[in-house]
Write a protein that binds this ligand. Structure first.
Ligand code: TXA
Ligand code: MG
Length: 309
């Protein structure tokens, strides 16, 4: 695993050559490429086995860089001030003169963008002169990566470089809000919707199961550890891994998401624990019912989709 390092100059060299690399963000690791290059963006879709009609999120270093590509409105500025950099993705109207590769948006007139909150990545964004298109660094439908070694497990030597930024602090993907018309949440994520409501002070539509957005994350199996997963389970079966929110007395096959039931900690550990369980060779996972409040909603959203067959 020689190519897992924390050297941003090396990362830049690969990106400038239209290669895809693994990058750390505060949410999950990304599979990144120059968002202005068709050749580079095409590789992302190939590596991930991602359908072409599922558009990518573009990561920016600052507002000035974003102004080249998108129209910004009042709601955007309110939320930007409150939450950027951080785990919030905005869907905005794309400018005609934008150089963003048409492959990123699947020829649509909107673009999903965010400002990541990760020092190493922000340093990299400052020394390159293009924004980075980056979906989560996992094969389509599988578990996202929260450590550099997870990215290696997903792609092996198919990618030439993984920028190692340690464990992701948030542990699940960003919340996505469309600001094209009325504010509309398209994906639950690392930022709780009630915090967004407090800033915008108006109703926010929630549209997380839309059939219009054709994306693997919308209804079919997604975020899957690769073994069957059952939710809201009170009593696990024999030999099944049993995942609970809060630590309890050690017992065979028992795993927990946090020491004292804290949802931020549980969210950070979610993908990591699921990956561990799979690696230990379990054939199925049962999960106890998790309170559907705040980040509990995001955890339940991911588990529900991972339990689809
Ligand atoms: O936390 C994150 O957002 C991570 C890190 C790497 O930044 N990225 C991530 O990307 O989760 P990905 O590709 O796994 O998920 C992006 C989602 C997809 O469900 C896609 O359909 C949606 O964003 N999306 C992208 N562009 C869109 C657009 N213009 N309109 C609506 N949805 C869009
Ligand atoms: Mg993803």
């Amino acid at each position: 695993m020689k190519h897992i390092q924390s050297n941003i100059k090396k990362a830049k060299k690969y990106l400038n050559n239209d290669e895809c690399i693994g990058i750390p963000t505060e949410t999950v690791y990304g599979l990144a490429a120059n968002a202005y290059s068709n050749k580079a963006v095409k590789k992302i879709f190939q590596l991930k086995k991602r359908p072409k009609n599922n558009p990518l999120i573009v990561h920016y270093r600052d507002l000035n860089q974003l102004k080249n590509d998108c129209f910004l409105n009042k709601d955007f500025f309110l939320l930007y001030k409150a939450f950027s950099p951080g785990p919030l993705t905005f869907v905005l109207k794309l400018k005609k003169k934008s150089q963003i590769s048409k492959l990123v948006t699947n020829n649509k007139t909107t673009l999903a963008i965010r400002f990541p909150n990760k020092i190493l990545l922000n340093k990299l964004l400052k020394i390159i002169n293009y924004p980075l298109a980056a979906p989560s660094a996992n094969i389509s439908t599988k578990l996202s990566s929260v450590k550099a070694s997870d990215v290696f497990e997903e792609f092996g030597n198919k990618i030439k470089y993984i920028l190692n930024g340690g464990r992701c602090n948030v542990g699940v993907e960003s919340t996505i809000i469309s600001l094209i018309k009325k504010p509309k949440i398209l994906r639950l994520g690392g930022l709780e919707v009630f915090k967004i409501k407090k800033i915008l002070k108006k109703p926010i539509l929630i549209d997380i199961n839309s059939k219009k957005i054709i994306s693997p994350g919308q209804s079919k199996l997604h975020y899957s550890p690769g073994i069957p997963l059952r939710i809201n389970v009170k009593k696990p079966k024999k030999n099944e891994a049993y995942l609970v929110l809060k630590k309890r007395a050690v017992k065979k096959n028992l795993f927990y998401l946090s020491k004292n039931g804290n949802l931020t900690e549980a969210t950070k550990n979610l993908y990591n624990v699921l990956r561990q369980i799979k690696k230990k060779g379990y054939k199925s996972i049962a999960i106890e019912k998790i309170n559907n409040k705040g980040l509990g909603k995001t955890i339940n959203d991911r588990l529900r989709r991972a339990s689809k067959r």
